[in-house]
Each structure stands twice: as structure tokens, then as C-alpha cells.
Design a protein around this ligand. Structure first.
Ligand code: C2E
Ligand code: MG
Ligand code: MG
Ligand code: MG
Length: 281
């Protein structure tokens, strides 16, 4: 009987792998169409200074599949990274985000930033800086209005090459943020070698504030350290008033999360900005 069960579980297992592979292959072809057939969209989530001023917006990719419906970036970005399609996707995101921000500039604070997530694959390409410079030129977006979000992992492998690229970005005037900070198992001391502007504390450290005293201590420590290094600190995933108050008391500079605003389509941004004039958070 054991033998029979064993064979069955192998079959189930193989079946699962086949299904996963097929799904991935299908998704891969569909993603190609998505880029050309305008199934992609950008949502924008506000980042708000402690004084209430809008610091900028993070561009977040959305895919409305014609048959499967909404597919979350958590699913298709890793796939696009495996296939290399992220390079074309990333290029599309950069252009669209730049154009959207510029089209809104009359309604925005003059130094408002657009934050774009960057895949390691984009960052490590030999033509990365060249392509970026060309995109800025083509869209007329001033470099100082752009912030690139990179995860710790990007900077950990090939640290020297990464640091050289970061210096070039700084010379251009492009801001750089470390995204999902705290999830990468990197030593804090490496931060002092990195020419970056902003540190975004990952949502997993924010979720249990203020009840979890260890998390509160860790977040407070990260904020102090970042400030000593001259960095601006953003808290990701702020969902409750209690979290907001705790973070403000810990001296956090900028807040992002559902409490302040959900990511929204471009068409809703003007209304959102207007509503804030009446009822500032
Ligand atoms: P991320 O860069 O850390 O973006 C923040 C994520 O947290 C977004 O998920 C956002 O919708 C979500 N979020 C914001 N506030 C809250 C909150 O209060 N509570 C909760 N539970 N979640 C919140 P989203 O849009 O699903 O994106 C997931 C990830 O996909 C992003 O994480 C980023 O790593 C990646 N991604 C999205 N767009 C792009 C893109 O254009 N290029 C690249 N390379 N990656 C992207
Ligand atoms: Mg991000
Ligand atoms: Mg993040
Ligand atoms: Mg995150």
C-alpha cells in the first residue's frame, strides 16, 4: 500500500510541476502581448512628509489580463525577471511615470518626486545609465524629480560596481532609495559606503507597531542610524493611526500606506490632491 501511495504522490507532484510550468509558459507569452496591447497600467501611491507635504508618488505596475483578470506584480515581476522581459517592462514604466508626473506638475508641489522600482537586471546592465539618460531627455523629466527604488540585494552583489553606478546617479541628480529595508540580511555598516538618499523600512517591521516592543526598538534604531548617516526615512505599509503616531514619535520622516492613501490610477490623482486641500491628513 505504501508503494502505491508513493507512486500516487509522485504523480501528483509531477502533475503539479507540469501545471506550474505550463502556467508560467502561458504567462510568459501573455506578458509579451501585455506590453504591446496596452494591458499594463501604472498606479500611484503618495509618499507624505511628516509635515503633511506630498514628497512624491511611487509608481506601481498593474496588469489587467484580458482573460485572467488582474494579476498582481508580486506574481508577474519575478517571472519577468526570469525571462528578461523586465527590461522592456521597466523601460515602459519609466517613460509612462515620467510623462504622467510632468502632465500633473501644475497641481503638484514643485519638488515632487516620482519613485520607480528598479529590477536588479535593469540596474546591472551595461547600458543602464545610457538608457536612463536617454529616457530623461526624451521625456523632459528633470533628473532631480526621479527617485529609483533598489532593494538591498542589488547592492550586495557586485558592491563596487553598484557603488560606482550610484555615484554616477548622484552626479546626474537622480535620487536613490533602498526599498524593503531590513529584509535583506545585510549588515547595517555597509550603508555608510552607499551614496543613497532614502531608506524605506519594510512593511513587515511596521505591521506590529506599537504592541511589539522589539519591532518598535528595531524601527527606532534604524531611524536613528539612518539620520546619523544623513538619510531620509520612509515607513512602508502604514495602516493604522497607532502605527503613524508611533513612527512620528520615533522621528520617521515620510509615511506611505493605506492609512494615508491607497495606490490609485493616474486619473484619480487630481481629485485626491484637491480633496487634501479641504481635509489635510
Ligand atoms: P514595493 O516596491 O515594496 O511596493 C510597495 C507594495 O506595498 C505595493 O504592492 C503597495 O501596493 C503595497 N502597499 C502600500 N501600502 C500598503 C499598506 O498599507 N498595506 C499593505 N498591505 N500593502 C501596502 P504592489 O503594488 O502589489 O507591488 C508589489 C511589489 O512589486 C513592489 O513592492 C515592487 O517590488 C514590485 N513592483 C511593482 N511595480 C514594479 C515595477 O514597475 N517594476 C519593478 N521592478 N517592480 C515593481
Ligand atoms: Mg518600492
Ligand atoms: Mg517597498
Ligand atoms: Mg515592501
Amino acid at each position: 500500500k505504501a508503494k502505491k501511495q508513493g507512486r500516487n504522490s509522485v504523480q501528483v507532484f509531477t502533475h503539479e510541476i507540469n501545471t506550474k510550468l505550463t502556467q508560467r509558459l502561458m504567462l510568459r507569452n501573455d506578458l509579451q502581448d501585455a506590453i504591446t496591447q496596452e494591458q499594463l497600467n501604472l498606479y500611484y501611491q503618495p509618499l507624505i512628509h511628516r509635515n503633511g507635504v506630498v514628497k512624491g508618488f511611487e509608481a506601481l505596475l498593474r496588469w489587467q489580463h484580458p482573460v485572467k483578470g488582474f494579476i498582481s506584480p508580486g506574481r508577474f515581476i519575478p517571472l519577468a525577471e526570469q525571462t528578461g522581459q523586465i527590461v522592456a517592462l521597466g523601460q515602459w514604466v519609466m517613460k509612462r511615470a515620467a510623462r504622467d508626473l510632468l502632465a500633473l506638475s501644475d497641481s503638484l508641489p514643485h519638488d515632487c518626486l516620482i519613485s520607480v522600482n528598479l529590477s536588479p537586471l535593469q540596474f546591472h546592465r551595461a547600458d543602464f545609465l545610457q538608457t536612463l539618460a536617454e529616457t530623461l531627455e526624451a521625456t523632459d523629466l528633470p533628473a532631480i524629480r526621479l527617485e529609483l527604488e533598489l532593494t538591498e540585494g542589488v547592492l550586495m552583489n557586485d558592491t563596487e560596481g553598484a557603488i560606482a553606478t550610484l555615484h554616477r546617479l548622484r552626479e546626474m541628480g537622480v535620487h536613490v532609495a533602498i526599498d524593503d529595508f531590513g529584509t535583506g540580511f545585510s549588515s547595517l555598516s555597509y550603508l555608510r559606503h552607499l551614496p543613497v538618499d532614502t531608506l524605506k523600512i519594510d512593511r513587515s517591521f511596521i505591521t506590529h507597531l506599537p504592541d511589539n516592543r522589539k519591532d518598535t526598538a528595531v524601527v527606532g534604531g534604524i531611524i536613528d542610524l539612518a539620520h546619523h548617516l544623513g538619510l531620509t526615512v520612509v515607513a512602508e505599509g502604514v495602516e493604522t493611526r497607532e502605527q503613524h503616531q508611533t513612527l512620528a514619535a520615533l522621528d520617521c520622516d515620510v509615511f506611505q500606506g493605506y492609512l494615508l492613501a491607497h495606490p490609485m490610477p493616474y486619473g484619480s490623482l487630481v481629485d485626491w490632491l484637491e480633496s487634501r486641500k479641504l481635509e489635510p491628513v
